[in-house]
Design a protein around this ligand. Structure first.
Ligand code: AMP
Ligand code: ZN
Length: 474
C-alpha cells in the first residue's frame, strides 16, 4: 500500500501509520448503540467520524471490512456493571417489551444514520444473537483461570493480568467509570476492577431476557459482546477498533483484557476514539432525557447533512461544543458552497494531471490523523483554483465519496421560488403559524407539533429562527 494513512492510536498515545495485519485489508470494529432510546447528536458525532475514517481508508485504496454490534442486553446504567439494565429501563418507560424497544430504536438509529449519510457497516450484529459465542468465550476464560464464579455470577479476574490499565499511565483514581447513578459495591468481586462476564444474580431480578448457561439462567455482561462479535466476523486479529472516548475505560480496557486472555496473543493494533460533543452544560447523555436528536434539528429546519458538516469542521480528537448559533453559521456556509458548485458548468474534459494534484492534497489531509477541516479547505481551494469547471466538478464528486455532504445533489432553496404559493395556501399557512404560536404559548407542544405535521403534509416546512418562524416549500 503506497499511502501512509496516519491516525492517533490511544494505545500508544502517538500518531502512527496504519500497517494492517493483512496487506491492503483493514478489519475495523465499531461499538454500536445501546438501543434503549434515540441516539443523541453526540453519539452520532462518533458515528459520523468513524464513517469518514472508513470511507477515507477506502478512498486511500484499502479494502475495509467493518463490523458493528447492537447492544440490546447487558449494558447497565453504570459502565462498571452496577445499576439496572438500560434496555429494561427503556421498556418500562414506554410500556413495551425489551425486544420491541430494541427493534424500534435500532430502526430509528439507522434512519438517523441514513439522513447523515453514514454507511451501514458490512456486518451489524445484535448482542442477543450471539449468546452461544459469549458462553463459549466465558468457558474458555474459566478453563484458563482468568475467570471465577462467585455469588451466582461469573467475573473476569483482573489480578491475573500483567497489565490492566493498557490505555493510561494515570492512576486508577483518575479514571472515570461511566455514569455513576445507582453505583453499589459488588461484594462478589475479588478485585475492584473485576467485571461481570455472566449474570445470574443481580439486584434487579426482573431482567426480561435470560438464557440457559452452564452457570444458570442469566444474561451476559456488556463487555463480552464486543469481543465475541468482532472475533466472530473479523477473526483473531483486528486492525482498528472505534468508539467514543467514554468507551476507553472500562469498556475497551475490559475488551482487551478478556480478548487477549482468551486468544493468548495481541488482539487489536489501533484504537480510534472520538471526543465528545458537549452542550453548554457539559456532556450529552441519553439518560438525561431532554437530549438533542436529528429529528429535533430537522424540526428546526436544518438539513441533517449540515450537522455532518458541523462535525467535519472540527478535529475528532477535540471536544466540540454544540450551539444553534454555530450550526446556523455552518448552514449558511453549506448553502453558499452548494450554490457555488451548482453554478459550475462542467463541460469539456477533465484535466487528469490537475485532478491527481488535488486528489493528492485531499488524501494528505485525511491521512494526517483524519484532518477533516483541512480536507474541506481543499474543496474551497480547488473551487478558487485555476482549473476548468469539468475538473472542479469531477474533484468535488470524488471528494464527496468521503465527505458525503451531497455537494452535487443537494436541493438549493431559492427564497423567492420556495415561498411562491397561491393566496389561499399562503393565508392558511399564516393562520397555522399563528395557531402554533398560541399552542406553544399555552405549552401544548403536542398541538404545536400536530400543526407542523399538517403543514408538512401540504409540502410546507416551518423553521424556527431567532427572527421568528419562517416557511418554505419542501
Ligand atoms: P451508547 O449508545 O451509549 O452505547 O453510545 C454510542 C456511542 O456514542 C459510543 O461510541 C459512545 O462512546 C459515543 N458517545 C456517547 N456520548 C457521546 C458524546 N457526547 N459525544 C460523542 N460520542 C458519544
Ligand atoms: Zn463495544
Amino acid at each position: 500500500m503506497e499511502n501512509k494513512f496516519r491516525i492517533y492510536n490511544t494505545l500508544t498515545r502517538e500518531v502512527e501509520t496504519i500497517v494492517p495485519n493483512e496487506n491492503g485489508k483493514i478489519a475495523m470494529y465499531t461499538c454500536g448503540p445501546t438501543v434503549y432510546h434515540y441516539a443523541h447528536i453526540g453519539n452520532l458525532r462518533s458515528y459520523i467520524m468513524e464513517d469518514v475514517l472508513e470511507k477515507a481508508l477506502r478512498y486511500a485504496g484499502y479494502d475495509v471490512k467493518r463490523v458493528m454490534n447492537i447492544t440490546d442486553v447487558g449494558h447497565l446504567s453504570s459502565d462498571a456493571d452496577t445499576g439496572e439494565d438500560k434496555m429494561l429501563k427503556g421498556a418500562r418507560r414506554e410500556h413495551k417489551t425489551v425486544m420491541e424497544i430494541a427493534q424500534f430504536y435500532t430502526d430509528a438509529f439507522f434512519a438517523d444514520c441514513a439522513k447523515l449519510n453514514i454507511r451501514t457497516p458490512d456486518v451489524v450484529e445484535p448482542a442477543t444473537g450471539c449468546i452461544p459465542e459469549f458462553i463459549h468465550m466465558i468457558e474458555v476464560l474459566l478453563e484458563k483461570g482468568y475467570a471465577y464464579a462467585a455469588g451466582g455470577n461469573v467475573y473476569f479476574d483482573t489480578s491475573k493480568l500483567q497489565e490492566y490499565y493498557v490505555f493510561s499511565s494515570q492512576s486508577e483514581k483518575e479514571l472515570l467509570v461511566g455514569v455513576r447513578d445507582d453505583v453499589d459495591e459488588d461484594r462478589n468481586k475479588k478485585n475492584k476492577n473485576d467485571f461481570v462476564l455472566w449474570f445470574t444474580k443481580s439486584k434487579f431480578e426482573d431482567q426480561a431476557l435470560k438464557w440457559d448457561s452452564p452457570w444458570g439462567v442469566g444474561y451476559p455482561g456488556w463487555h463480552i459482546e464486543c469481543s465475541c462479535i468482532s472475533m466472530k466476523h473479523l477473526g483473531e486479529y483486528m486492525d482498528i477498533h472505534c468508539g467514543g472516548v467514554d468507551n476507553i475505560f472500562p469498556h475497551h480496557t475490559n475488551e482487551i483484557a478478556q480478548s487477549e486472555s482468551y486468544l493468548g496473543h495481541k488482539w487489536c493494533n489501533y484504537w480510534f476514539h472520538v471526543n465528545h460533543l458537549q452542550d453548554k452544560s457539559g456532556k450529552m447523555s441519553k439518560s438525561r432525557g431532554d437530549f438533542l436528536t436529528v429529528s429535533l434539528l430537522e424540526e428546526k429546519g436544518y438539513d441533517p447533512v449540515v450537522y455532518r458538516m458541523f462535525c467535519l469542521q472540527s478535529h475528532y480528537r477535540k471536544p466540540l461544543e454544540f450551539s444553534y448559533e454555530a450550526l446556523e453559521n455552518v448552514s449558511a456556509a453549506y448553502v453558499k458552497l452548494v450554490k457555488r458548485i451548482a453554478d459550475l458548468k462542467p463541460e469539456g474534459s477533465v484535466d487528469a494531471g490537475r485532478f491527481e494534484e488535488y486528489r493528492e492534497k485531499f488524501i494528505q489531509a485525511l491521512s494526517g490523523d483524519l484532518n477533516t477541516s483541512m480536507a474541506i479547505t481543499v474543496l474551497y481551494d480547488l473551487l478558487k483554483a485555476d482549473l476548468n469547471d469539468a475538473t472542479k466538478y469531477a474533484l468535488i464528486q470524488d471528494c464527496d465519496r468521503v465527505l458525503s455532504l451531497n455537494l452535487t445533489t443537494a436541493k438549493i432553496h431559492n427564497p423567492e421560488e420556495d415561498t411562491k404559493v397561491d393566496a389561499d395556501l399562503e393565508r392558511y399557512i399564516l393562520e397555522k403559524i399563528e395557531e402554533r404560536k398560541a399552542a406553544k404559548a399555552a405549552k401544548d407542544f403536542a398541538e404545536a407539533d400536530a400543526i407542523r405535521d399538517a403543514l408538512l403534509e401540504k409540502g410546507i416546512v416551518l423553521k424556527d429562527t431567532r427572527e421568528g418562524v419562517v416557511w418554505h416549500k419542501a
